[in-house]
Design a protein around this ligand. Structure first.
Ligand SMILES: [Zn+2]
Length: 319
């Protein structure tokens, strides 16, 4: 009789490294529900090697507490070579993260198979298999938080593309972003620098014409909007609409069955969601306009569950 599969999962981002045990029952369901989530700060400014050591230390303490596991799954910031478990490219979110060999380092902690995928891909896998994407075969998952990320999951498997870059919806063009520097280095007009959480603050500063504004992030803009401040409401509307238009373009290009939108900015409220949907409907073709645009349901557990899904897929492919 098949037994439960225990996978130790990690979600490594610029702010924190989260971890939890994900248990799959023999029938594929999540045994024990959402993972017990523990985390440590990434301390990204200490640089790549130090961050990798923090991941290894967290893995050691987790394994000591939780016992042996069947596999380890990691969702990490950066572009990942999943076959090697290496970070092949990364922004300055974690300086020196490029080149870090996660799989090798974790193998030394425990001789279990290690699977590493990009954190946005992990998020998409989680929502596609156990969240808002259940029942759909082509899932476009979009995360709108500090940045904007995306992943395309087809028949349960991530689409990586020729350079492991597929899904980078934050780095598509929108006229609203023209001239605004993007995290990728261009200022040609990507959507991320004006529609992410950080982008909401940038757009607010641009529109009020005061570079010394104390509005530091998307949450500040949302709080002002909730209090009825007209400029903040107009910024949420403008950014939501622009992202909706970009998603409409993505829908026309990819034609997914569903678009799942997650991340802190999705808590911005009705003003943002209505603008998002209006922009989407104006941009999408008649047939893609009917694609459901839904909110993710797994929250912060999505990348952990998705990293575990990736590890499970890896095990199945090798047995
Ligand atoms: Zn960009």
């Amino acid at each position: 009789m098949a037994s439960d599969m225990h996978i130790l999962a990690f979600d490594l981002g610029g702010t924190k490294i989260a971890s939890g045990m994900v248990t799959f029952a023999a029938d594929g369901t999540l045994a024990g529900g959402a993972p017990q989530n523990t985390s440590v700060p990434t301390n990204s400014t200490e640089g790549g090697p130090a961050v990798l050591q923090r991941l290894v230390d967290l893995a050691s303490s987790q394994l000591a507490e939780l016992g042996a596991v069947d596999a380890i799954g990691v969702g990490s910031a950066g572009v990942v070579d999943s076959a090697q478990g290496i970070i092949v490219s990364s922004t300055d979110l974690i300086p020196g993260w490029t080149g870090q060999r996660l799989a090798d380092a974790l193998h030394k902690v425990q001789a279990a198979p290690v699977t590493v995928v990009n954190d946005v891909v992990a998020h998409g896998l989680g929502e596609a298999h156990y969240g808002a994407g259940v029942g759909y075969s082509r899932v476009l998952s979009v995360g709108v938080g500090t940045g904007i990320g995306g992943a395309l999951i087809v028949d349960g498997q991530p689409v990586f593309g020729a350079h492991d870059v597929a899904g980078h919806i934050g780095h598509v063009m929108h006229p609203l972003g023209r001239g605004v520097p993007c995290s990728c280095g261009t200022a040609c007009g990507h959507i991320e620098p004006v529609a992410s959480g950080t982008g909401l603050a940038t757009l607010y500063a641009m529109r009020c014409g005061d570079a010394t504004t104390t509005i530091a992030n998307g949450r500040d803009v949302c709080e002002l909007a909730e209090a009825g401040e007209p400029l903040a409401i107009s910024v949420l509307t403008e950014a939501g609409r622009a992202l909706g238009e970009a998603l409409g373009g993505a829908a026309n290009l990819i034609d997914p069955d569903v678009i799942v939108v997650s991340g802190s900015v999705t808590n911005a409220g009705a003003v943002w969601w209505e603008a998002l949907r209006a922009g989407f409907e104006d941009s999408a073709l008649q047939l893609t306009r009917t694609i459901p645009l839904v909110e993710g349901v797994l929250g912060g557990n999505a990348p952990l569950i998705g990293a575990a899904v990736a590890a499970r897929q890896h095990l199945h492919n090798h047995h």
